[in-house]
Design a protein around this ligand. Structure first.
Ligand code: PMP
Length: 376
């Protein structure tokens, strides 16, 4: 037979997540660290890699890494779960706390995987849109929690793609208002320095997510972790793929976690370069920049898709176009790159916006002239 039975009907409405593999000289689209691991760590990793028994399955729970993460956070290993990137852990959370007949609160515009994974697991999604400044509508959220039918809430903090940080008081109010699992996704914690970790002892339903993909330069290896009550971790171990974190990743993530002070200077530098982007974009006419606590900047500009295209095709700079996403009309997101990359991005933006501005002014002048003539 040369025919194919269709997959689950739910898949029809889904679009694959960012499968386009667009290449450019300057890649500022995925909030990665623009620098590879420091040379000294690459050397140590090469040594360690030579001693890994690749023929053996990995430790299912990444125990040595888990112990280090637990200790650094004043927790027990049973409070930590390592996954194949934060993405896998988000999926695991929806497998365990979502599913048919269960409900997630999503706060769009936010990280798209929450909604995609909810759809894949048959979880009902209640969307409570953020306000115009991308802050969470706290009243609407607390009100919606009142009936007690919500199973899980996902809050990216800072939020991706907006960069917005939620008020800690609101997060505490949410935790007090519900027994639903509350994921506070701190993927950008190393940049924001804000964490809900101190509230874990009082809230069994609080789950914190972190990743090695951003500040720690390991996006290519896929490692992330959850901090949660041991009962939550226990439930997640029932649904997770046992060998999802390979041996090499475990070794590399352990090394990076142990040596994490090495990244501090780079993180501070990225924050300075973020300020450069904010100042540079604010100086351009017609560009609105949103406050950010992460390693990326969201901004609004007329004809955003055309600006995105010009950046890529004329300047080989790739950023992320969100202009077609609900609530993000005319918005683009740029990740913080190296100083040279930031300079090149800002130069390209200056050129594109000045040209558009000049042609807009030319258009206005031509229209005015026409009106004058028609009035004659
Ligand atoms: N949460 C948020 C808010 C993110 O932006 C990302 C990465 N884009 C992730 C989780 C997942 O990151 P990773 O799978 O690379 O750990």
């Amino acid at each position: 037979m040369d025919s194919l039975r269709p997959p689950r009907p739910e898949l029809e409405s889904l679009v694959p997540y960012d499968v386009k593999d667009v290449r450019a000289d300057i890649m500022l689209a995925s909030n990665e660290n623009p620098l590879n691991l420091p040379g000294e760590l690459l050397e140590k990793l090469a040594d360690l890699a030579a001693r890994i028994p690749y023929n053996r399955y990995p430790d299912p729970l990444s125990n040595p890494l888990r112990e280090k993460i637990a200790e650094a956070n004043g927790l027990e290993p049973g409070n930590v779960l390592v996954g194949n990137g934060g993405d896998e852990l988000i999926f695991d959370l929806l497998l365990a706390w979502g599913g048919p007949g269960r409900t997630l609160i999503d706060l769009p515009p936010t990280f798209a995987m929450y909604g995609i994974d909810a759809e894949m697991t048959g979880t009902t999604v209640v969307s409570l849109p953020r306000r115009e400044d991308f802050s969470i509508d706290g009243e609407a959220l607390l009100e919606r929690l009142k009936p007690g039918d919500i199973d899980i809430v996902m809050i990216a903090n800072p939020n991706n793609p907006t960069g917005t940080l939620a008020a800690e008081t609101l997060l505490i109010d949410v935790l007090n208002a519900t027994d639903a699992l509350v994921l506070v996704d701190e993927a950008y914690f190393e940049f924001s320095r804000h964490t809900m970790r101190p509230h874990m002892s009082r809230h069994r339903n609080l789950v914190i997510l972190r990743t090695f993909s951003k500040a720690f330069s390991l996006a290519g290896l896929r490692a992330g972790y959850l901090l949660a009550h041991e009962d939550v971790i226990m439930e997640l171990t029932k649904v997770r793929q046992p060998y999802s974190v390979n041996r090499f990743t475990q070794v590399a993530a352990s090394l990076v976690f142990r040596e994490r002070p090495v990244f501090e200077a780079g993180i501070s530098q990225l924050l300075r370069q973020r300020d450069m982007i904010v100042c540079g974009l604010e100086a351009l006419p017609g560009v609105t920049v949103y406050p950010t606590e992460a390693n990326f900047v969201l901004f609004k500009v007329a004809h955003a898709s055309a600006v995105w295209r010009d950046l890529l095709h004329e300047h080989s700079v790739l950023i992320r176009d969100f202009s077609r996403a609900p609530g993000l009309e005319d918005c683009l997101r740029v990740s913080v790159g190296t100083e040279a990359e930031v300079v090149r991005f800002l130069g390209a933006m200056d050129e594109i916006i000045s040209r558009r501005h000049a042609s807009d002014l030319f258009g206005i002048a031509a229209t005015a002239q026409r009106h004058l003539k028609e009035g004659e």
